[in-house]
Design a protein around this ligand. Structure first.
Ligand SMILES: Cc1ncc(COP(=O)(O)O)c(C=O)c1O
Length: 393
């Protein structure tokens, strides 16, 4: 399939489809006139090949228990090889419906109640919940600002580690700061985890969204044999092809004992067969939809330029952090509004644009905002117009 910008420009009609981003947030905030750019869900259609696979399955008319086709596993391995130059053995790949579920199950399998889990702040909240809701504590590892970006501060984490710290979660590219960690940074984390005997869970769900000129490096590129013994890599085609609703994700786990422990957890929760649509996604997108990735990235890069230019015009005191990966923009509104509440209320009540405030990712980030760029450009233009009208009202 050849994509041009008209494919991504097409308006997304999602109200009335029980969309979590549109219908649920309409209900939460009251109103069907809002534009939602908080939730990290793209308002683009998925590749036609996967739509056709769903249609064919729907027309077949029988939706019984389904298992994963072996092509799902070979497709995942081929994807890691073609995109990142990394050889993955299909045996190391485990299915999971969602990364959020898998993270909780890994914590349950590999740590004990009361143990500590290291997580960078700002943090995507469900990963924090994966630890807290399973009776573990989160040891917050705040990222340090450096210029218009964020870096790790491992000495600060090292100072807090106790004999109960057994697990670390790393998100790469990082949500919400968008950092794609360098090989040197990944090696530093790998050494740190080996030195402190920590399991390392690396969430690479945003790996296919990389800004032109930036590079994503998988942890598998930086992992030596010692790290591979304690490594879990999580990924999914959900963000890449906008198929979150199908619940198809996977883990790459080099160590067979960790694989067995995870499989026991999947048995424990009764996850025997995947969703029929998960199988269709995993066997289709990696084999047949690769053309979508450069096209959607190019479109998002152009949208970023547009939003940067317009937001800086509208809010001259705004600081927009450097974007490396993901389809998110992380912005610092602390010089623009005196409180986060004022910022949120301006966007929600005056401009009728729903965004994620920074405090969602940790109280130290109140006054920041996460903005989803993966929207049809006419919708972004409408957002800019709404803000401009609200500012002049
Ligand atoms: C870093 C990160 N991990 C995981 C997820 C969700 O993954 P899943 O739907 O597979 O639980 C998201 C979604 O926004 C995310 O940003």
């Amino acid at each position: 399939m050849q994509y041009d910008s008209s494919f991504f420009d097409a308006p997304a009609v999602r109200r009335g489809t029980d969309s979590a981003k549109w219908d649920t947030f309409d209900r939460i905030y009251g109103g069907t006139d809002l534009i939602h750019v908080g939730c990290a869900d793209m308002d683009f259609k998925s590749p036609p090949e996967i739509c056709q696979a769903f249609k064919d399955a729907a027309c077949h008319g029988i939706f019984g228990y389904t298992d994963l086709n072996p092509a799902c596993f070979t497709g995942i391995c081929a994807w890691y090889h073609s995109r990142h130059g990394i050889k993955v053995d299909p045996e190391e790949v485990l299915f999971t419906p969602r990364i959020n579920i898998a993270c909780g199950l890994c914590i349950e399998a590999l740590t004990r109640p009361g143990d500590e889990v290291i997580l960078n702040a700002p943090a995507y909240p469900p990963l924090k919940q994966a630890a807290c809701d399973n009776g573990r504590f989160v040891l917050e590892a705040p990222l340090k600002t450096e210029g218009d970006s964020f870096v790790l501060d491992l000495p600060a984490v090292e100072a807090q580690i106790t004999e109960k710290t057994h697990f670390m979660i790393l998100v790469n590219p990082h949500n919400p700061t968008t950092r794609c960690w360098t090989v040197a940074e990944l090696k530093e984390i790998a050494d740190f985890c080996v030195r402190h005997e920590l399991y390392l869970f690396v969430d690479e769900i945003h790996a296919d969204f990389v800004k032109a000129g930036c590079i994503f490096h998988s942890i598998l590129e930086a992992a030596d044999e010692k790290l591979r013994e304690r490594l879990i890599v999580a990924n999914s085609p959900a963000k890449t092809f906008n198929v979150m609703g199908a619940q198809a994700a996977y883990l790459i786990v080099p160590n067979q004992h960790i694989r067995a422990a995870f499989n026991r957890e999947m048995q424990r929760i009764g996850e025997h067969n995947p969703n029929l649509f998960a199988n269709l996604v995993l066997k289709t997108v990696y084999q047949r939809c690769a053309d979508y990735v450069p096209a959607v990235n190019a479109y998002i890069d152009q949208s970023e330029s547009y939003i940067r230019r317009e937001f800086m015009r509208l809010f001259p005191k705004l600081r927009i952090l450097r974007r490396e990966g993901t389809y998110l923009l992380w912005m610092d509104f602390r010089e623009v509004f005196s409180t986060e509440q004022e910022m949120f209320s301006f966007f929600l009540n005056k401009a009728r644009v729903e965004v994620y405030p920074g405090s969602h990712f940790g109280m130290d980030f109140a006054g920041f905002m996460r903005f989803n760029l993966a929207e049809p450009r006419p919708m972004l233009q409408e957002i800019v117009e709404r803000i401009e009208r609200a500012l002049h009202a």
